[in-house]
Design a protein around this ligand. Structure first.
Ligand code: GLN
Length: 474
């Protein structure tokens, strides 16, 4: 059995074609076979078997009963350690469960393990992890490719068929870009749709939980399960969560798609422009009206993001000081030295770079010039989208400016790495929902992704457009 969909598996479990134990044993086998990909920071067969035992004793009907799910190691879980892929949290065992993982547990899913990520979700290649790189399952022998990042472990877990779905977080593209690199579906919902409670914070005004899956239908099922209001997160939204799956409708006749001209960027590979054009043609054939739109502040999105995200990170990461939890340096003679050595030894290079940048842009004298300015530009970027959405129902763009790149290609050039986020960051700054679906291949036969953006809390339209494109591509 390989790459069955969640939808089909739920049916097979329901009709007893397969048992929860058989299903999960099949996944356990593959997880052990694919150990070389370094997908998991934490995996324990015993823990999975225990969950199977418990579910077998449980007679209640649950929506995701027995479904193997992988969890990004940024979500706090009681049953497994939570590291954020950082040395500073290497031995952290949370005493609480994140909102999202609790919802998945309540619905009876089985957590197969905690997936690798860039340290504190800062990166685009899953290569800043304290626990080593994850390898993209689509790599050819002797040519390891990056799975994208920061949720590279979760994207790879789905691509290698080690689970039927995985959680991710997306601050500036960390679900959509790795989904594109690994040839799977990844949705980042509207900011506020899923409570951030219990997720290690990177940039709180941008962080949002979401889902990786094999296809759009599965993604619509899983998103409904993790969405919802939660008073422990003051930015969590009180909105009705529709049954996205039941409401899926691939008839797009009469809808309007916006094509932003600013996403045609010099130097974008031919193949990326080609799949974008192909997607537009497919939509046109389905009776969708094509509307050329302008998002004039797009070019400022990347610099704006790389001011706001580090600023918030520098503040959020101040809590890791060796006092309350996590790693503490033992080379200490004074309190100051304890803070300094703990943070110097506990954080990796990229995290330190962000803390330095963030502290700088927030410091007296520079705050107005950088942070405040960035906040104003963020508003202009959001206004661009609001205006554009008066003329269209959804927006279609490429997800990333390249296919998966070799593992260490951009390792020593942070700016090159940051440029990979060029198509995903604007929607993050505006808090909009976005999905990436596999669409076309590059010249090396690697998957490419198309991104669909929607209005705030209009995940249904995003799913509808995505399922429609997906079905016409298959
Ligand atoms: N690649 C982006 C960054 O490094 C986005 C990361 C994310 O969305 N968590 O910040």
């Amino acid at each position: 059995m390989s790459k069955s969909s969640l939808k089909e598996t739920l049916k097979d479990l329901d009709t007893k074609k397969i048992s929860i134990r058989e299903l999960n044993q099949d996944y356990l086998k593959r997880i052990k076979e694919k150990d070389n990909l370094n997908v998991f920071i934490h995996f324990s067969e015993e823990n999975v078997l225990k969950q199977i035992d418990n579910l077998e004793k449980d007679n209640t009907i649950k929506k995701l009963k027995g479904i193997p799910i992988a969890i990004k190691d940024l979500f706090c879980t009681k049953s497994m350690p939570t590291t954020a892929a950082s040395k500073i949290l290497e031995n952290f065992n949370p005493t609480y469960e994140s909102f999202v993982t609790q919802k998945l547990l309540d619905e009876g899913s089985i957590f197969v393990g905690k997936t690798n990520l860039d340290e504190f979700a800062m990166g685009s290649a899953t290569n800043t992890s304290f626990f080593g790189n994850t390898i993209n399952p689509l790599s050819k022998e002797n040519e390891p490719l990056a799975p994208g990042g920061s949720s590279g472990g979760s994207a790879a877990a789905v691509a290698a068929d080690l689970c039927l779905g995985a959680t991710g977080t997306d601050t500036g593209g960390s679900i959509r870009q790795p989904a594109s690199f690994c040839g799977v579906v990844g949705i980042k919902p509207t900011y506020g749709l899923c409570s951030r409670w219990g997720i290690a914070a990177f940039a709180s005004s941008l962080d949002q939980a979401g889902i990786f899956s094999h296809n759009v239908e599965d993604s619509s099922i899983l998103l409904q399960s993790i969405a919802g209001f939660d008073q422990r997160d003051s930015t969590s939204a009180k909105v009705d969560i529709p049954n996205y799956f039941e409401n899926l409708d691939d008839d797009l006749n009469g809808k309007t798609v916006g094509i932003p001209k600013e996403y045609s960027i010099d130097g974008t590979p031919m193949e990326i422009s080609q799949i974008w054009e192909d997607a537009i043609k497919v939509l046109e054939k389905k009776g969708v009206k094509i509307k050329n739109i302008s998002l004039p502040h797009t070019k400022y999105a990347l610099p704006t993001y790389y001011i706001i995200a580090p600023a918030e990170a520098s503040s959020n990461l101040a809590r890791y000081d060796g006092v309350k939890y996590g790693f503490r340096s033992d080379e200490i003679d004074s309190l100051d030295e304890m803070y300094e050595n703990t943070r110097a030894q506990g954080f990796g290079r990229e995290v330190k770079r962000r803390i330095l940048i963030g502290t700088y842009v927030l410091s007296a004298g520079y705050y107005d010039a950088y942070y405040l300015k960035a906040q104003k530009v963020r508003k202009l970027i959001a206004d661009d989208f609001n205006k554009a959405f008066k003329e269209c129902d959804f927006i279609v763009t490429p997800t990333a400016p390249s296919a998966a790149f070799p593992l260490n290609e951009k390792q020593n050039d942070p700016i090159k790495m940051y440029l990979n986020d060029v198509f995903t960051v604007p929607a993050s700054l505006a808090g909009l929902p976005g999905i990436s679906i596999p669409f076309g291949k590059d010249k090396n036969n690697l998957p490419l992704g198309i991104q669909i953006l929607g209005k705030h809390f209009d995940e249904q339209q995003v799913f509808n457009a995505a399922v429609s494109l997906e079905r016409s591509y298959e």
